[in-house]
Design a protein around this ligand. Structure first.
Ligand code: PMP
Length: 379
């Protein structure tokens, strides 16, 4: 018998209470019973995203929320900046291309963070820029971009700041209103501890005004004016993913019971322990500005990294993520997001140590685990 562990940066593990909350018979959504659940879920969503802006919940993955943002903001004569330091930053560029949103891509070497100073220069040089599309945690590289700094810069201009927080919401600090983030896009299957299937989006008054001024908005299901009108009434324009919304309410309740600041602190500690463990094994961390929800690490030269990740998952039952695109086989990514505690980290490092030793890499067994334990003992 093999026991499986999910340490991938989405989907992530789902707590039993959340799973059980979704196992009830389905009831109709146009009822006071569902509206009470939705009202509570939307209020919790706003608190967890630290915003007073309306939040809409959609039946899509995180990319649906990103598509909603681009489709509703693309308008003739407007330009955008897409901050592209990995696969998900590049997705902003691809979405802009798909919706005819003229954009300039600020390309950042994979593994590095976006330099907010460059964004400031670009905004100063071109006042047709209406939106800046950023990624908080670039999951493909494990980099956490400085959203607070970007918010300070973008809020001084007429442009809106749109942030992909798919792999950071509920794990990394994101103070939507304090940091002047206009649009936040989230998916359910990461820090929010749900199965895949929900997208969420928050929209500031500044972004809402821009959306309302968009010419020929090319969205129907993802129409943000409709979505925001419904959200303001604690409703959804179309049939909501009832079971997932019930699960989201339960998951958000767990985050609130832990305390949002405590939840951020837990992710900081978990990722610190992962980094300490990897470094104690002599491995080199990949991200210049590491995220607290996913840690990327270079694999030793000459090692077949893709095979290592596959064996760990398919034979040992411990699922990590490998590298994407040009990083395939060269890095490995270990998630600490959502339903994750210190013994997940210790288990993950133990499995990695054994796999590296089996692959003939010269490491000291137990060194990574010990370093992580020391971080936890210090707190
Ligand atoms: N952005 C980021 C930062 C992500 O990590 C992901 C999922 N890996 C996405 C967007 C896309 O989300 P989904 O797969 O839920 O559409």
């Amino acid at each position: 018998m093999r026991k499986d562990y999910l340490l991938t940066p989405g989907p992530s593990a789902v707590p039993a209470d959340v799973l059980l909350s979704m196992a009830h018979p389905i009831f109709h959504h146009r009822t006071s019973r569902f509206q009470a659940v939705l009202k509570e879920t939307l209020a919790r969503s706003r608190r967890v995203l630290m915003t007073e802006n309306p939040v809409a919940i959609m039946a899509s993955s995180g990319t649906g929320a990103m598509e909603a943002a681009v489709a509703n903001l693309a308008s003739p004569g407007r330009r955008a900046l897409t901050l592209e330091g990995g696969k998900f930053g590049e997705r902003w560029g691809e979405l802009c291309d798909a919706f005819g949103f003229e954009h300039e891509a600020i390309k950042v070497e994979w593994g590095r963070a976006v330099d907010p100073g460059i964004v400031e220069e670009k905004l100063a040089a071109d006042n047709s820029i209406a939106a800046v599309f950023a990624t908080q945690c670039e999951t493909s590289t494990g980099v956490l971009n400085d959203i607070e700094a970007l918010g300070k810069i973008v809020s001084k201009t007429k442009a809106v700041l749109v942030v992909d927080a798919v792999s950071s919401a509920g794990a990394c600090e994101l103070r939507t209103d304090d940091w002047n983030v206009d649009v936040v896009c989230v998916g359910s299957q990461k820090g929010l501890m749900l199965p895949p299937g929900l997208g969420m989006i928050s929209v500031s008054p500044k972004a809402r005004a821009l959306v309302e001024a968009t010419e020929n908005r090319r969205a129907y299901y993802f129409d943000l004016v409709k979505a925001m009108k419904s959200a303001a009434k604690d409703d959804t324009p179309y049939t909501p993913a009832i079971a997932l919304v019930i699960g989201l309410n339960e998951a958000l309740k767990m985050i609130e019971e832990e305390g949002l600041e405590e939840c951020f602190a837990r992710h900081r500690l978990l990722s610190k322990a992962v980094r300490a463990g990897l470094e104690a094994l002599g491995l080199e961390l990949f991200a210049e500005r590491p995220s607290e929800s996913v840690t990327s690490v270079r694999l030793p030269e000459g090692l077949d990294g893709a095979a290592l990740v596959k064996t760990l998952r398919d034979v040992e039952g411990v699922a990590f993520a490998g590298g994407q695109a040009a990083l395939k086989g060269r890095i490995m990514r270990i998630a600490t997001m959502g339903y994750c505690g210190k013994y997940d980290v210790i288990l993950g490092l133990g499995a990695l140590e054994m796999a590296l030793a089996k692959a003939g890499i010269d490491i000291e067994l137990g060194a990574g685990v010990r370093a992580a334990e020391e971080v936890f003992l210090k707190g």
